[in-house]
Design a protein around this ligand. Structure first.
Ligand SMILES: C[S@@+](CC[C@H](N)C(=O)[O-])C[C@H]1O[C@@H](n2cnc3c(N)ncnc32)[C@H](O)[C@@H]1O
Length: 310
């Protein structure tokens, strides 16, 4: 398939396309245009045939005279409306992952876990048709949802995307990629395998909601002796209300989603790589995390990824 029609393309909406309906209160509805079908809401119904053939931005009235504007969904619109198995990575973090991990057209990216496929869509957009994305997801139910979401957005199979139902730690053996992006509970478990996947200069980026995860991952990366530039940041996006002379930050914002930790792969010291940088409270990888887990009566993260919907 040729992929979704780009929003803003000067072509009328066609049967089979996904469209977003926006009502005057800002409510958003996603639907797939099907000849003869009807869209029903509290505000009345619209026959799909009245949407098929119009241009983006057309206002359509329902049977109860409610006005809805029809647009092709952006990737973000789609990700907010698609079915979810696991919690998704939202646009602010997707954008930073693509930037901080320097994910470009033509790159090969390995991702785990695929979850609901939201980040997968962003990675596919960043690598373009000349690049490749390989996603690992160990849960079959999540993998099914990710596949459906990704293929529905693209309008069919995606030639440069492969989805493996497997544990990424086992599945990485023998693979090579320019970038590895991890969104899973215990990214430190994958550090040894990622070291083999990335050539020197390659970049790992991990999305972790909790501080203990950041500590443990950073410790594992420094201890591996094959990474430098290990950095952690979080991204805050503050929306503003702009209405005439009333211009101010919105009352509500998503305060925290996750931390992003990036690291560059380098050769080991004995292969010509840099000396390991001493840090102020450098543990040298000697923290006994297993003992600390036992002390907390588990790994301290009960929910799948220890995170909540923003
Ligand atoms: C929070 S979700 C990922 C969401 C995804 N980034 C998105 O934007 O839709 C985390 C996923 O990682 C999967 N997972 C956890 N550990 C894994 C592992 N070792 N190998 C493969 N998948 C794993 C979980 O099953 C879960 O579906």
């Amino acid at each position: 398939m040729g992929g979704p029609v780009l929003p803003g393309t000067d072509a009328p909406l066609a049967a089979g396309e996904l469209v977003l309906l926006l009502d005057r209160k800002g409510r958003r509805y996603l639907l797939e245009l099907e000849p003869g079908a009807e869209w029903h809401s509290h505000g009345g119904l619209v026959e799909h045939d009245r949407i098929i053939g119009v241009v983006e931005g057309t206002a359509v009235r329902t049977s109860k005279a409610m006005e809805v504007v029809v647009l092709r969904p952006t990737r973000e619109d789609y990700a907010l409306k698609m079915r979810r198995g696991a919690q998704v990575v939202y646009a602010k973090d997707q954008a930073m992952i693509v930037s901080l991990a320097d994910i470009r057209p033509g790159a090969t990216v390995i991702e785990a876990g695929a979850g609901s496929g939201a980040l997968t869509l962003a990675l596919l957009a960043a690598v373009g048709p000349a690049g490749r994305v390989l996603s690992f997801e160990r849960r079959e139910d999540h993998a099914r949802i990710a596949r459906r979401n990704v293929e529905r957005f693209h309008g069919g199979e995606v030639a440069n995307w492969e989805l493996m139902v497997d544990d990424v730690v086992a599945g990485l053996a023998g693979r090579h990629a320019h970038r590895v992006v991890l969104d899973l509970l215990e990214p430190w478990r994958a550090v040894a395998a990622v070291t083999e996947v990335l050539a020197p200069g390659g970049i790992l980026c991990a999305y972790t909601p909790g501080v203990p995860q950041v500590m443990r991952l950073s410790d594992a990366l420094w201890a591996a002796g094959r990474f430098t530039e290990v950095r952690t940041s979080e991204t805050l996006v503050r929306p503003w209300d702009v209405d005439g002379l009333a211009v101010r930050p919105a009352h509500r914002m998503v305060a925290h989603t996750a931390f992003l930790t990036t690291a560059r792969r380098v050769p080991a010291r004995e292969e010509g790589g840099p000396a390991r940088r001493r840090r102020k409270a450098d543990t040298g990888g000697t923290v006994d995390w297993a003992a600390s887990d036992r002390g907390r009566g588990g790994d301290g993260l009960d929910a799948d990824e220890g995170r909540q919907d923003p």
